[in-house]
Design a protein around this ligand. Structure first.
Ligand SMILES: Cc1ncc(COP(=O)(O)O)c(C=O)c1O
Length: 435
């Protein structure tokens, strides 16, 4: 009753004088958290292009181009390489909802927050979820995953490639083959890694992969490129049920249980993304333009060169932080180069430092979750943000902020150490070029 009254009084105030607010004027920021990151201006420009109808032949050709581009980004020949509209978890939900029938067993190796997300989504799909855990800051030995495969005999293994919550990347080169040997499907969430570190979908025999644009791909959140092979196709087509209003004559539904989500129904998305162009949702055209431009940028730079750029920035940032006397978080052998966890020094209030970095320097760095909350900051050097100037400015800003809060970090060492890394890299590139 109380809330109904207050809703009425809000409505009365709102209707008496329309409030227009000001023009949007977001302050300039450098986004150096674990994502989202700064969007490449070319992507913003692509997003401002006029809309086309989703069956306009020009637009459907753009859809085909997106499929070709993301096959290269994912290093796959999978026919089914397409976009799910929504943030990265939309891609995860589309795969899991379509693959998992109620009662199926799913194994999730959890090494951070996003492994728990895979468990949670799988449970909502009514899976029987088994998970194994390793301490945050470490990854799994494939032998442990194989033991769990033997013990639980799941239908699907779902795991994260790079978990931004811990900054760790799980090596995947053996996992797909392991799953094949045990007759299990594999799904990987590559949101944090696609185009940042190597991800060879076909060579590593991963059955389905999903991602988002807002990290190493330098795009905005809101589109989820996914790819999956015939093993997944066979599985989901057994559940194919087309909604009545668009069902073609003589349509024979699959004999498996109906996929409980209409929006995330892969067989219906496949009909929309194939020559049939069977109507489904209204395609988020501006996001498709963005996704297309993100992939074009990644491929024009070259995947290897892009991985190298991320490695260099990660090495320079880490060297700078260590030179400042700070301690890095997690197993260095498995750290993603483009997200760096660093312990908050004793006696320093982490949130106050983040607020000063934002207010004084316009730089956003990340907080952390779960067992790491209040213990580490996470600094991202991904995609368009992954540039030498940003690394140096971030180090200088952090050093100044810490000093003003009473920390006795050495003056100037951090930037010097980072420059040493960049100059060393530049020097060796020059040596290679001069033979
Ligand atoms: C590894 C990983 N998976 C999934 C997500 C979820 O992405 P979204 O917030 O775009 O749904 C994130 C977001 O940070 C992520 O880092």
């Amino acid at each position: 009753m109380k809330s109904a009254l207050s809703t009425a009084s809000i409505a009365a105030t709102e209707s008496s004088a329309p409030r227009l607010f000001g023009d949007l004027a977001p302050p300039p920021r450098t986004l150096m958290g674990p994502g989202p990151v700064d969007v490449d201006p070319r992507v913003l420009r692509a997003m401002s292009m006029p809309l086309l109808g989703q069956f306009d032949p020009v637009f459907t050709e753009y859809m085909n181009e997106v499929m070709v581009l993301y096959r290269q980004v994912y290093q796959t020949n999978n026919r089914w390489t397409l976009l799910v509209d929504g943030t990265a978890r939309a891609g995860i939900e589309a795969v899991l909802t379509s693959v998992i029938s109620p009662g199926d067993r799913v194994l999730v190796p959890v090494f951070g927050r996003f492994g728990h997300l895979l468990c949670e989504i799988s449970r909502r799909c009514r899976a029987e979820v088994e998970f194994i855990e390793t301490e945050w800051g470490t990854v799994f030995d494939p032998g442990r995953i194989e033991d769990a495969l033997r013990r639980y005999r799941p239908k699907l293994v779902a795991l994260v490639h790079g978990d931004t919550s811990t900054t760790m990347a799980q090596p995947l080169d053996e996992i797909g083959a392991l799953c094949r040997r045990h007759g299990v499907l594999s799904f990987v969430d590559a949101t944090a890694t696609v185009s940042g570190i190597d991800l060879q979908v076909d060579a590593w025999q991963i059955d389905a992969v999903s991602a988002g644009l807002q990290k190493c791909l330098s795009g905005p959140p809101g589109s989820a490129p996914i790819t999956f092979n015939e093993r997944v196709e066979d599985c989901v087509l057994r559940r194919k049920h087309v909604e009545q209003g668009i069902r073609p004559p003589h349509f024979e539904p699959g004999d498996g249980p109906v996929i409980q989500s209409n929006y995330f129904d892969l067989p219906m998305l496949m009909d929309y993304w194939s020559e049939q162009r069977l109507n489904h949702h209204t395609e988020a055209a501006s996001m498709l333009y963005a996704a297309r431009e993100c992939a074009r940028l990644a491929l024009a730079e070259g995947l290897e060169a892009r991985f190298r750029r991320h490695r260099q920035a990660g090495a320079a940032l880490s060297a700078g932080l260590v030179a400042m006397g700070l301690e890095l978080f997690g197993d260095p052998a498995h750290k993603m180069p483009h997200v760096t966890g660093v312990y908050i020094p004793a006696g320093i209030e982490g949130e106050a430092v983040r607020a000063s970095m934002l207010e004084d320097f316009g730089i956003e760095i990340g907080t952390s979750f779960g067992p790491l909350h209040g213990r580490i900051w996470r600094i991202g050097t991904m995609g368009y943000t992954c540039r030498k100037q940003n690394v140096l400015t971030c180090l200088a800003a952090l050093e100044a902020t810490l000093r003003r809060r009473g920390s006795d970090v050495p003056v100037g060492r951090a930037v010097d150490a980072a420059l040493d890394v960049y100059e060393g890299v530049e020097q060796s590139a020059a040596d290679v070029a001069s033979g």
